[in-house]
Every structure is written in C-alpha cells, then in structure tokens.
Design a protein around this ligand. Structure first.
Ligand code: HEC
Ligand code: HEC
Ligand code: HEC
Ligand code: HEC
Ligand code: HEC
Ligand code: HEC
Length: 508
C-alpha cells in the first residue's frame, strides 16, 4: 500500500499551481498568437502585429518553462515533508482507462500545435520586424522623419532591412540586439533628437547597395535640369541644364574616369574626419590603380602625429556621397522651386519665392503651430503689402498656403529637430560642403597639389538662363557658370556654403 502511495506521490509532481499556471499561459498565448494571425489574414498587417507576435511567442515559451519549474519546486517541497499540492488533485492519468487515453492524446496533440505555433510565431516575428512598416511606424515620433522621407524616395519599395541590415545571421542578431537597445531608449525617452547621422556601424555598401547596383556599370553622363526662381518681386526664372559625369572606368566619352572613379575596384580613397558627422575632413590618401599613393592634408586643420595615429581611417564607399538615398530632406529653396515649377504654389503672388522659403524656415515648436503661423503670416503679408493682389488672387494665395504648409509638414520635423540642415546631402556642394569636403583649395599634398576643383571635371553646363532648349558648347569645358544672383560667372573655386544654407539665411 505504502509503495503504491509513494509512486503516486512522485508521479504527480506536475500537479502544482505553477505548472498549472504554465500550462494555461501556454495554451492561452498560443491561442492569442493564432487569433493575431487570423486577424492579419482578414485585416492585413499592422505595424503592431510584429510586437504582438513577440509578446505571444515569449509568453508561450515562458509558460512552457514554468511546467518543469513547477515540478522541481513541487519535488523539493515534498522532499521537505510538504503535503502534495491540491492543485489539479482531481486530475490523474490511468492509461488503461480509454477516457484517459483520449485525454493524453489530446494533450499530446495540443503540445504539437503549440510547437507549430511557436515556430510560425517566430517566423512571423522575424518577418514583421523586417518590414518597412515595423521599422518606420512602430516608434512613430522617433522614426517619422526617416519614414516620411523614405516614402518619397527612389527606394520607397526597398525595405529598411535591405539597406540597414542586409543578409546573413550575424547582421540579423546584431541588428536585433541594437533594436532592443533602441526600444529601451524610446521607452525611457532617452533617444537623441535628431537621431545622429551617420550610422557608424552601418552595413558596408558592398553588401547592401552593391547587391542591386553594380559599380562597373556606371557610364556616361546624368543630365540635370533645374528651375531656380529668384527672390525678386517677379520671382524671375533662371534655368540650368548640365551633365554630371558619373561615368566609370570604361567610359571613352569622358576625360578622366568620372565620379565613380572613387569606387573603381583598383582605386582606394581613405580619409579621416574630425567631426562625428564626417563633414570636416582633415586627411586623405589615394592609392591608385598604377600603384602610386598620394596623401593630402587640410592646411587649415592639420593633424598632429598623435591625432593621426589615433584617428579612425575610413575607406570611402557609396555612402560617403550617397548618404541620403532613402531619407533626403530637401532644402526649403529646393522644395519651393519645385512647387513653383509644378504650379502648386502660384507665380501670380509677388515675392512668393522669398516669402515661402522664409515661412518654411521659421522657428516653430510643432507642426500645428507651424501650419497656423504660416497661414496667418502669409495672409498678413499680402493683405498689408499687396492689398490688390490679396483681393484679386485670394484663391491662389489659399491654395499656395496649403502647399507651403504641406512642404513644411513633410520635410521639417520640429519634434525630432530633423530637417535639411541636420541631415546634409553629400551629393553636390551648394547647400552643404558635399564634394568640396575634399575637393577644395586647402587640401594639399606634400608637393602642393590639391584634389582638383575645376568645375568641368565633374560636370558640363550645357545651357542656362531663360532658354535652355538650344545647346552649343564645347564638350571639354562646357559653359562657365552664371550665378543667378547677379549674373556674374563663377569659374574659380568658391565656397558656396559661405552664403548658401538652403534656407532663409541665404537671403540675409
Ligand atoms: C536605399 C537604402 C536605405 C533604405 C531602404 C532605408 N535606409 Fe535608412 N539610411 C540609409 C543610409 C545610407 C543612411 C545614412 C547613413 C550614413 O550616412 O551613415 C540611413 C540613415 C537612417 C537613419 C539615421 C538618421 C539619418 O537620417 O541619417 C535612420 C533612423 C534610418 N535610416 C531609418 C530607416 C528606416 C526606418 C527605413 C525604412 C522605413 C530606412 N531607413 C530605409 C539607407 C537606407
Ligand atoms: C533592393 C535593391 C536596391 C538596393 C539595396 C539599393 N538600391 Fe538604389 N536603386 C534601386 C532601384 C530599383 C533604383 C531605381 C529607382 C527608380 O528609377 O525610380 C535605385 C536608384 C538609385 C539611385 C538613383 C536615384 C535617382 O534619384 O535617380 C541611386 C543614387 C541609388 N539607387 C543609390 C543606392 C545606394 C547608395 C544604396 C545603398 C545604400 C542603394 N541604392 C541600395 C535598387 C536598390
Ligand atoms: C564621389 C561620390 C560618389 C560615390 C563614392 C558614389 N557615387 Fe554614385 N553618384 C554620384 C553622383 C554625383 C551621381 C550623379 C547624381 C546626381 O548628381 O544627382 C551619382 C549617381 C549614381 C546613380 C544614378 C545613376 C544614373 O544613371 O542615374 C547610382 C545608381 C549610383 N550613383 C550608385 C552608386 C553606388 C552603388 C555607389 C557605391 C558603389 C556610388 N554610387 C558611389 C557620386 C558618387
Ligand atoms: C573623401 C574625399 C573626397 C570626397 C568627399 C569626394 N572626392 Fe572626388 N576625389 C577625391 C580624391 C582624393 C580624388 C583623386 C585625386 C587624384 O587621383 O589625384 C578624387 C577624384 C575625383 C574625380 C576624378 C576622376 C578622374 O579620373 O578624372 C571626380 C570626377 C570626382 N572625384 C568627383 C567627386 C564628386 C562629384 C564628389 C561629390 C559627390 C566627390 N568627388 C567627393 C576625394 C574625394
Ligand atoms: C568634385 C566635383 C565638382 C566640382 C569640382 C564642382 N562641382 Fe558643381 N556639382 C557637383 C555635383 C555632384 C553637383 C550635384 C548635382 C545634383 O544636385 O544632383 C553639383 C551641382 C552644381 C550646381 C547646381 C546646384 C544646385 O543645387 O542646383 C551648380 C550651379 C554647380 N555645381 C556649379 C559649380 C561650379 C561653378 C563649380 C566650379 C567653381 C563646381 N560646380 C565645381 C560636383 C562638382
Ligand atoms: C557671396 C554669397 C554667395 C556665394 C559665395 C554663392 N552664392 Fe549662390 N546665391 C547667393 C544668393 C544671395 C542667392 C539668391 C539670389 C536670389 O534668389 O535673389 C544665390 C542664388 C543661387 C542659385 C539660385 C538658387 C535658387 O534656388 O534660386 C544658385 C543655383 C546658386 N546661387 C549657386 C551657387 C553656387 C554653385 C555657388 C558656389 C560655386 C554659389 N552659388 C555661391 C549668394 C551666393
């Protein structure tokens, strides 16, 4: 009798409250996961389903772990003379009993289902956390600037993960760990505003960009046509048509090998930046295909031997120029030019170019305040300065105001302090240093050479001014650049950023 009783006592370890709770937790969260999946199949994915899957999967696993924990605890309790727990005391299994056999089979089957659900759950979690919606919308305020700009970029159909994570288990784990750190930063509100750029441990371009863009494939010219509206009363139009020499190695069309020269496999350019945003460059080393090596030092910011030894040397890749392939924050000057060209901001309004740029570059606490003040200040300006215009083209004014408010809302993010000046675009050199970070007259080699600054080695101006339809130029030199501000030619190296900021300050 006693023997039989003891056997029952040891066999019944699973009869305790912890194990019971574990089983219930497991079953219910698995059911929860199933419901989310059904909901998704009917209602489509939401940015939150990723996090729900994470929670459901975690709970199933937690429940599963509680089962043996409870049993161990129960064994220990009984060893020290505790009475068997009354949890599930009605519940015992006798496999000779057909009803019990049925029960055990059911239990086993549900176990299998749980395993399947956990697997599907983890898979779904993986997918959901990789989706652009998950990355861009989950932490709404934090990611809003990147998300909004991304959706307006040439890469809007490339998922965040494809550039930020790439393939391979190592990067996956790395990104998820850094993701957890970011969730923590959001939870306690400790994230930086704006989010710092560049991303220092971004996956190398060779493994991301170059999966789709092949570096030997860059040949020829890229044509750029711009319409600039000036700050005068007439919003005078000055157009520019030019060819940017993007050609690569084999391009016989070009003198030299073109911009993607930097990227040719046999050439290597390394540099040291003295600031976190890599805008100030102090040292460069070129290792050319023919084996020659040249170092350049910025005469205005020469590094000491010690600084040189301790600095991080970066090898130039796509991101050093294309740092905004998916999150370009266009300048106010650029957005307004585009809107005037499209007609969404009306040219019938005198000085609207200047007024609109000033409005977008105003100092506002949040989007609501910006929208209200942009509208009231523009209405006041035209009511006071141009009363006849205010009456005559009021609907044009209202339509233009809406567009200007929208430009603000989609390119400036006051809560995150994100806008063009926080995220300079390294392509070009007008509103931020860009190419002129290295191509400037202070960057000298030991023999006094500089990294060239001749305008026509990077681009050829075909036509400019009012008429850009007819072209008659020498393809070696193109035309000298006629500065729209005063009509003077700019042919020698000039720091455009001394005056240009992309916003209101340009006009000061
Ligand atoms: C085509 C490639 C690409 C895609 C797609 C992409 N990014 Fe980026 N992202 C970049 C590059 C390049 C940078 C700048 C890195 C640098 O300068 O080091 C960046 C920077 C960022 C930054 C840092 C702040 C900044 O603007 O520099 C955040 C945050 C970010 N991306 C989030 C996202 C999110 C969220 C998505 C998807 C909605 C996404 N990215 C999609 C390439 C991409
Ligand atoms: C998944 C494939 C894919 C990846 C990864 C990718 N791109 Fe692209 N990229 C494209 C496609 C497709 C286009 C053409 C879009 C179009 O013509 O509208 C494009 C266009 C571009 C353009 C021309 C944009 C323009 O305004 O015409 C540049 C520059 C560019 N990509 C740079 C990059 C850089 C830099 C990276 C890495 C950070 C990158 N791409 C990663 C697919 C990709
Ligand atoms: C030295 C700066 C620089 C580097 C480095 C660079 N690019 Fe470019 N790339 C440019 C410029 C400038 C253009 C012309 C685009 C413009 O002016 O809008 C361009 C154009 C492009 C285009 C558009 C071509 C077209 O025909 O429209 C793609 C795609 C591109 N680059 C991809 C890459 C990739 C991928 C890498 C890395 C392997 C890379 N670039 C490295 C400066 C650079
Ligand atoms: C990190 C420094 C750096 C940056 C940034 C940089 N370059 Fe360069 N670039 C160089 C160096 C160094 C050389 C090679 C000079 C030499 O070989 O003597 C070079 C060479 C070139 C060439 C010459 C190709 C040839 O064979 O004729 C072109 C074109 C060019 N760069 C365009 C650009 C453009 C456009 C940008 C901006 C989008 C840019 N570079 C940004 C450092 C830079
Ligand atoms: C190292 C290469 C390089 C040199 C040198 C260079 N540029 Fe550029 N420039 C570029 C690139 C790249 C762009 C960007 C095209 C774009 O906006 O997509 C550009 C854009 C421009 C634009 C259009 C600006 C805008 O924002 O619409 C003008 C004007 C211009 N350059 C004038 C000059 C003049 C004048 C010189 C000589 C004093 C010069 N550039 C020297 C590479 C260069
Ligand atoms: C001494 C100051 C100064 C310098 C330096 C300067 N600019 Fe300007 N630029 C201006 C001003 C001011 C305007 C605005 C004129 C207006 O709208 O009435 C302007 C207008 C322009 C415009 C027309 C912009 C638009 O959207 O209406 C272009 C393009 C331009 N500059 C290119 C350049 C380039 C490229 C460089 C460098 C090679 C440069 N500028 C250097 C002061 C300067």
């Amino acid at each position: 009798m006693t023997n039989e009783r003891e056997a029952v006592e040891t066999n019944g370890y699973f009869r305790n409250w912890i194990t019971a709770f574990g089983l219930v937790l497991m079953a219910s969260s698995a059911l929860g996961g199933l419901l989310i999946t059904i909901q998704e199949m009917i209602g489509g994915t939401s940015p939150y389903s990723g996090i729900l899957y994470v929670i459901a999967t975690t709970l199933v696993v937690a429940g599963f772990l509680l089962v043996p924990v409870g049993m161990l605890w129960e064994r220990r309790r009984r060893k020290y003379g505790g009475k068997r727990s009354r949890a599930l005391s009605e519940f015992h299994i006798d496999l000779t009993n057909p009803e019990h056999r049925m029960g055990a089979a059911t239990l086993l089957a549900s176990g299998v289902i749980v395993v399947v659900l956990v697997t599907v759950g983890s898979y779904q979690t993986f997918h959901a956390t990789e989706s652009a919606e998950f990355c861009g919308q989950l932490c709404h305020t934090v990611m809003e600037p990147e998300w909004v700009r991304y959706n307006d970029s040439p890469h809007a159909k490339v998922s965040c993960a494809e550039c930020h994570i790439g393939t391979g288990a190592g990067w996956f784990v790395k990104s998820k760990i850094s993701g957890l750190r970011q969730i923590w930063a959001v939870a306690v509100g400790s994230y930086a505003r704006p989010i710092p750029t560049p991303i220092h441990d971004l996956r190398p371009a060779r493994e991301t960009c170059e999966q789709c863009h092949w570096r030997r494939k860059f040949t020829g010219y890229k044509e750029i046509v711009r319409s600039y509206y000036l700050s005068d009363e007439e919003n005078s139009l000055h157009k520019l048509r030019m060819l940017v020499k993007i050609g690569g190695e084999k391009s016989g069309l070009l003198k030299g090998s073109g911009i993607h020269y930097h990227m040719l496999i046999a050439n290597k350019i390394e540099y040291i930046a003295t600031d976190d945003t890599r805008q100030e460059i102090a040292w460069i080393r070129v290792s050319r295909a023919d084996g020659s090596v040249t170092e350049f030092n910025n005469q205005d910011a020469e590094l000491s031997a010690e600084e040189r030894a301790n600095a991080e040397v970066r090898t130039m890749d796509c991101m050093d120029c294309h740092n905004r392939p998916a999150h370009q924050f266009p300048t106010a000057m650029h957005s307004v030019n585009t809107a005037l060209e499209e007609g969404t901001v009306s040219l019938a309004l005198p000085s609207i170019k200047l007024q609109a740029v000033n409005a977008i570059d105003g100092d506002y606490a949040n989007v609501e305040e910006a929208r209200t003040r942009i509208a009231s200040e523009l209405r006041n300006f035209y009511r006071e300065e141009y009363p006849e215009v205010f009456e005559a083209v009021n609907s044009d004014l209202e339509r233009s105001i809406t567009k200007i408010q929208d430009i603000y809302q989609t390119t400036v993010f006051p809560e995150m302090k994100a806008k063009w000046s926080a995220y300079p675009n390294n392509i070009g050199h007008r509103d931020s240093p860009g190419c002129f970070r290295c191509h400037n007259d202070q960057m000298e080699s030991a023999t006094g050479e500089i990294v060239f600054t001749d305008c026509s080695r990077c681009h050829l101006i075909l036509a400019q001014g009012e008429d850009i339809e007819t072209v008659n130029v020498n393809f070696d030199t193109g035309l000298p650049f006629e500065h729209p501000e005063d009509g003077e030619d700019i042919e020698d190296y000039t720091e455009c950023v001394d005056c240009h900021t992309g916003g209101a300050e340009t006009y000061e």
